[in-house]
Design a protein. Sequence first.
Length: 578
Amino acid sequence: MARKVADVMWEMLAKAGVQRCYGIVGDALNPVIDALRRNGKIEFIHVRHEEYGVFAAVADAYLSGHPVAVCGTAGPGVTHLFNGLMDARKEGAAIIAIAGDVETRLMDTAALEELNPYKFFDTACLYVGRVVNPEQARAVFTTAILTAVVDKGPTLISMPGDIASANAPDHSVHDFMIPAPPVFRPADADIDKLAGMIEAAKKVAIFGGDGCRDAREEVLQLAARLKAPIGYSFRGKQWLEHDNPHAVGMTGLLGYGGAYKAIHDADLLLMLGTDFPFSEFLPGSDVRKVQIDRNPKHIGRRTAVDLGLVGDIKATVAALLPKLVDKADSRFLEKHVAETTSFHELLQHYVEKGPGIKPIRPEFLAAALSELASDDAMFFADTGTACIWLARYIKGGPNRRLFGSFSWASMANAAPNAFGTQLAYPGRQTIALCGDGGFTMLGLGDLLTQVQRKMPVVQIILNNESLDFVNIEMQEAGVVPFGVDFKNPNFAKVAEAMGAKGIRIEEPGEVRDGLAAALAHRGGPVVVDVVVDPYALSLPSHLPFHAVTGFTLSLAKQVLSGKMDSVIKTIERNTGLV
Ligand SMILES: Cc1ncc(C[n+]2csc(CCOP(=O)(O)OP(=O)(O)O)c2C)c(N)n1
Ligand SMILES: [Mg+2]
């Protein structure tokens, strides 16, 4: 049989390192899927919701470093991909989306399920190619693959069924090579300028993000030579926190430790590979700032900087190190490390008291999870309060990973993230800390996919019967929480009915055994339904003024609108924080 356009596409994707394609089949995609079956090198992961497939693919691609494909059929199928593709763009995951498209003879006639891919995917994708002629296919596939891999983000190939099943021109078949990441650093003159600014400063602080992923050794050396404390964003935490005597925690609303004070107290702040979005937690013009990032769009957009350099952190810091004079005075570092230690003691309050407090405190749950999970466990946080508890209580390590929708902040990411990672790393502990809102939004339907595939994914549900993160946000904004409550079933029973293992935990004394049983379960997914305290609040190490006044105002308004009961519970249940 002559090679079809879709055959060439899968062949090229396989050569580029794609091992899996997540999605749902249907009409326009049928010839594409038929070619995937013929190809046999790429596994098709049939999910129940396309968005679940993309969130799985994002974690799979980000953590494994391999590009991953997703697919959806014309119109509604591809529309379901959209939120996940936005996540891929923000998290920097190499995803190639194959979108079914109407036949070319029907284009621009408002045909059934027709969607203009350029208009629709422009916001999410780094590249959109619509294959309207077999002669053009090879070039479109090459651009889609290389852009996704090199620029680390989603691209889209819109594929009409008639072109997918058309014969491919002979010259389409060719070898495909992915280049190793290029070394990218600023010019020597700019590195000299940076060395001069460092020399002139007495107190230097570092704030690192995901750009430090492969630069841990260099950044730690830099900090040791400058006696600099290292704070980090949520995305930077896993690379910079563990086994680091300079670590001072995170800033922002999830923050803890001395990071906020250290970066405000410094003469010079080095922002390394971070696009930390909460400007109100970054210092103003009284601290000199240098920002280094491989993406020029990140530079100066969260706060004005005195020097912005474009380059990889690893290569840039390696070039900088030989030009530095060591600093001798470590008082600035010691002060903020001490501050961090005392904040950690405060964080232990609900961990230590946890066994005696009902409803279960999420702090106690997360700390127990950290202790019981293996050294190479991968943790996934749903957007919601799960982020707070994982950021604060999961201890990192060289082989532990922490991932979520950190930059896009979509709900319902954790269960699919953990599922995709389990496919990439079979048998490794993949643990999703899910909101009950998030799990019922997207996780529940595809629990069936995990059951069918007998995947040992652990889903821990923070059963607080509310969209609690928004509840907290509303209180910070000074309004009465509204539209945030709902009722849940017993998720352990639901899971059992779906063929998964279900564990329900209502008593604090059951937390450790319940988690241990979940982590030990092999041969299928587990849902641990933990009834947690919906009134648990977390206080960051620095409370912005608006949050303090907002909380006071909200509590007053709640009293006036007859919600005295919840005001008393909020105060009663969080007294250990002050
Ligand atoms: C798709 C989507 N919808 C809405 C939001 C706004 N939002 C952020 S967190 C959150 C609450 C999450 O609730 P839940 O999953 O129950 O977690 P909890 O905070 O209660 O632990 C909401 C509604 C969002 N980020 N993404
Ligand atoms: Mg909830």
